[in-house]
Write a protein that binds this ligand. Structure first.
Ligand code: FES
Ligand code: FES
Length: 155
């Protein structure tokens, strides 16, 4: 039987009826058509599906949608401002060439945001730890680490 949940999605209050077995990733992509959140492994191992839940990064592919009731969810669509301008992490990823195929990028950017919100001036080691749950097959991570460092104001 469907149940109603209410939560904040990218800063806006939201109410939706869902089947209890739905994952947060299925809710975002299939029901709400927020396809910026990617599905990679579907098993909690690659981080492609990362979103922020009350400011912390979670793997939405294994997170029950029911559990966002009363909470705040930020997806990659929520990082741009009202005029559609990219935030500083997104700009740094472009500037430092930290994107190739782009499949890992939304999750990587959101993990970087969670890290910088908690630790605004992380060391390189802390950056690497902060994105340890996000796999990238293309970049070798160096440009990603450089971009996150630059976004933190440390160049
Ligand atoms: S798709 Fe969720 S961790 Fe890989
Ligand atoms: S840019 Fe291709 S997986 Fe990271």
């Amino acid at each position: 039987m469907k149940q109603t949940i209410t939560f904040h999605l990218n800063g806006e209050p939201f109410e939706v009826e869902i089947e209890p077995h739905l994952t947060l990733l299925q809710l975002l992509r299939d029901k709400l058509e927020l396809t910026g959140t990617k599905e990679g492994c579907g098993m909690g191992e690659c981080g492609a599906c990362t979103v922020l839940l009350d400011g912390k990064s979670v793997n939405s592919c294994i997170f029950p949608a029911m559990e966002v009731d009363g909470k705040s969810v930020i997806t990659i669509e929520g990082l741009t401002d009202a005029q559609g301008k990219l935030n500083s992490i997104q700009k740094a990823f472009i500037e430092y060439g930290a994107i190739q195929c782009g499949f890992c990028t939304p999750g990587m950017v959101l993990s970087a945001k969670a890290l910088l919100d908690e630790n605004p001036k992380p060391t390189e080691e802390e950056i690497r730890t902060g994105i340890a749950g996000n796999l990238c097959r293309c970049t070798g991570y160096l440009q990603i680490v450089q971009a996150i460092k630059a976004a933190s104001g440390q160049t």
